[in-house]
Design a protein around this ligand. Structure first.
Ligand code: SF4
Ligand code: SF4
Ligand code: SF4
Length: 256
């Protein structure tokens, strides 16, 4: 299983990783929005550098949870975890309900307000590159190896080694090792990174257990809303298909 280790003590805040991500994923130019600029993440910016006093530069991205709450909350299976460790997104299934955004303990998925059909966006661990045997664009470009890619267990050992062999340099913690059941993107740092969870202490158990119990508490509202959203999504998709078809195609459709 693959993973990313980010060591904030090595990050110089150059933002090469942000640029590489935008290029590798052909992300459209950013449309700044006041309510989305707090941490730099958006539908068109899948990783960002958050500057904290020090300065400390913290690269933010999807944590690729081992048991992702976003996937368990999605009523149509638009998010799923792959065997390689990436949590990927299928836009053709998404109906725009945004349950994933509510479920994510790290506040990662963002809504794309500029498309006619509903889409949620987030880092996908460069899954296409992974399948080609390459590493993510962000880790490949990093000039200081502040963010590195590899096998999860090997990176955890490397993180433990750095903490053990450099007393006083790091907080004695690997953010993401066990919280919410563990993540595939984890951090070591000299700073307190609890701001990544808005100061909340996360449970050591996987989030889907909590998501599932919350869903069971409101089953009728949830699935009623899901059905409505699926219907709306289908109608919008159908209209877009028809807009792209020739007049002859439309006549054929009308007679189906
Ligand atoms: S960090 Fe959030 S969006 Fe990413 S896998 Fe975990 S729950 Fe899903
Ligand atoms: S893994 Fe890929 S998609 Fe995710 S932040 Fe890095 S470059 Fe962007
Ligand atoms: S490329 Fe590396 S050093 Fe530069 S901002 Fe990104 S993580 Fe930090």
């Amino acid at each position: 299983m693959k993973a990313i280790l980010t060591d904030t003590t090595l990050c110089i805040g150059c933002r090469d990783c942000v640029v590489a991500c935008r290029k590798a994923n052909a992300l459209e130019p950013e449309v700044p929005r006041r309510w989305e600029t707090r941490d730099g993440l958006s539908a068109r910016n899948w990783t960002s550098i958050v500057e904290r006093p020090g300065p400390v530069y913290v690269r933010k991205q999807c944590r690729h949870c081992l048991e992702p709450a976003c996937a368990s909350a999605c009523p149509v299976g638009a998010l799923r975890r792959t065997p390689e460790g990436a949590v990927v997104y299928d836009g053709s299934k998404c109906m725009g309900c945004r349950y994933c955004m509510m479920a994510c303990p790290y506040g990662i998925p963002r809504y794309d307000w500029d498309l006619a059909v509903p889409y949620v966006r987030k880092c996908i661990l460069c899954y296409d590159r992974l399948k080609e045997g390459k590493q993510p664009a962000c880790t490949e470009i990093c000039p200081t190896e502040a963010t590195i890619f590899g096998d999860r267990e090997a990176l955890l050992q490397e993180a433990r080694r750095r903490i053990r062999e450099n007393p006083g340099r790091y907080a004695d913690k690997i953010w993401g090792e066990t919280e919410v059941g563990g993540t595939s993107v984890f951090y070591i740092s000299d700073a307190d990174l609890s701001f990544l969870t808005r100061g909340r202490e996360l449970a050591q158990t996987p989030m889907p257990a909590h998501t599932a119990s919350a869903m069971h508490a409101v089953p009728f509202a949830f699935f009623g809303m899901a059905a409505t959203m699926a219907g709306i999504s289908w109608i919008i998709g159908r209209r877009m298909d028809l807009q792209q078809k020739s007049p002859e195609d439309k006549k054929d459709d009308d007679h189906e």
